[in-house]
Design a protein around this ligand. Sequence first.
Ligand code: FES
Length: 177
Amino acid sequence: MTNQLNEMNKVMLQFSDKTMQEVQRIINFYPEGKQKSALIPVLHLAQQEFGGWLSTETMDYVASLLNLSPIEVYEVATFYSMYNLKPVGKYMFEVCQTGPCMINGSDEIVQYIYDKLGIKPGETTADGMFTLKTVECLGACGYAPMMQLGKNYKEHLTKEKIDAIVESCKSLQAQKN
Ligand code: FES
């Protein structure tokens, strides 16, 4: 039965026409036979379109589109922290833990988020609102400690700033609901 469901999932998984056009546009950047070069942007599109994370079925679908073996896709998807391999919350705190951020207190920030929201790195709150991740250098070392939230950087983090960020996420979500 599970196998049947998995097969159904595979068949049903498909990019929208609009996204498919974008996938084709990206593939066309590269010479014939070099479609693997399109993998990273296509995985971004897949993550965006299929619920914010990459399931095995999603990665297999991308492999089939780019004519790659599934393992080639898994290798890339598991290497980069920007890809989520399990469902994530609506707001993801990606706290940098590399040297300059660590020296400036990223461990305390991670601990504070745990104290406040009850989630460790890799975990999501029960209400599906927040996910905590630790990542490597995000190239904003001069603003340490810092984290990425969606497309924005939150810099010179303090406990007070975390409080304010959590509150603003909650009120943003309340407006959307
Ligand atoms: S070490 Fe944190 S942004 Fe570079």
